[in-house]
Design a protein around this ligand. Structure first.
Ligand code: NDP
Length: 266
């Protein structure tokens, strides 16, 4: 554990800084992951990311280089155990065996009544959303421990907290992620690694583009949200960044809801 006197002696800037910080953010070429990569990198972290699409990844890396951000990337399908191992080998080599932040963001979902979910659907949802979160955390553990100060953040969803029809299996993967967060928070605290989770409501990204094009859906949802709008990626990225900063050092094992108040609106 960090000495209290050291923390006090640090300037306030250090509490809010990602200087000398390394991060892996999965699924950083689009949507929420893209915003998280930029948030961490803009505040000084060296970030590694991944996606399945080589051309898209390379376009993003060029853009980040032009912005003077320290971002590297690997092509990786996080639903594949072999590719996850290769990804972590890349991270280990690029960051010399030390990793401060793991953001398990890459995920997928689609609307389907539970009675229509096929074994293939089930496999896709669980391998992409849950197997990857567990396995990447396992693989990252020695690197997080070696850094002396680690943070894991999972991107869950409000579907893990409230019932929404047509999303049962997706919701189940996210509920499991919340519980994984709580267990890791207890298990890894002795290694100075915190684990937290964010649960966003509907956030405008390519994943939910078809829903956002449905005016009736948007109007109905907007009506349920006290802040009166769907979320944007920049509503999520700064919260994830906060959970990875020394400033939040006593926050551990929490599911932070980012939904404009939807889940508290009776
Ligand atoms: P997007 O589909 O917009 O972006 C997903 C990103 O992850 C892309 O970069 C995509 O790149 C990558 N990705 C997807 N599958 C894989 C895979 N198997 N292996 C590697 N990379 C992958 O999704 P969002 O930004 O909306 O979602 C990000 C996370 O946030 C997900 O876990 C999602 O469940 C969660 N979430 C989203 C909400 C929303 O309303 N948007 C609400 C609550 C939670 P590529 O396709 O090229 O591989």
């Amino acid at each position: 554990m960090q000495d209290e006197a050291d923390f006090r002696a640090n300037s306030r800037e250090d509490r809010w800084s990602f200087r000398a910080t390394t991060a892996l953010v999965t699924g950083g070429t689009k949507g929420i992951g893209h915003a998280i990569v930029e948030e961490l990198a803009r505040f000084g972290a060296a970030v590694h990311t991944c996606s399945r699409n080589e051309a898209e990844l390379s376009r993003c890396l060029q853009r980040w280089e032009a912005m003077n951000l320290k971002v590297t990337g690997s092509v990786c399908d996080v639903s594949s155990p072999v590719e996850r191992e290769k990804l972590m080998e890349d991270v280990k080599s690029i960051f010399h065996g030390k990793l401060n932040i793991l953001v398990n963001n890459a995920g997928t979902g689609f609307q389907r009544r539970v009675t229509d979910v096929t074994p293939e659907d089930f496999k896709l949802l669980t391998s992409t959303n849950l197997d990857s979160a567990v396995h990447l955390s396992q693989l990252a553990h020695p690197l997080l421990k070696a850094s002396g100060s680690g943070n894991v953040v999972f991107i869950s969803s409000i579907t893990s907290l409230v019932g929404i029809d047509t999303l049962a299996v997706y919701a189940a993967t996210k509920g499991a992620m919340n519980q994984l967060t709580r267990s890791l928070a207890c298990e890894w605290a002795k290694d100075n690694i915190r684990a937290n989770c964010v649960a966003p409501g509907y956030i405008r990204t390519p994943l939910i583009e078809p829903l956002c094009e449905n005016e009736e859906f948007v109007a109905k949802e907007t009506n349920r949200i006290p802040l009166g709008r769907l979320g944007e990626v920049d509503d999520v990225a700064p919260v994830v960044a906060f959970l990875c900063l020394p400033a939040s050092r006593y926050v551990n094992g929490q599911v932070v809801v980012i939904d404009g108040g939807r889940t508290v609106n009776g």
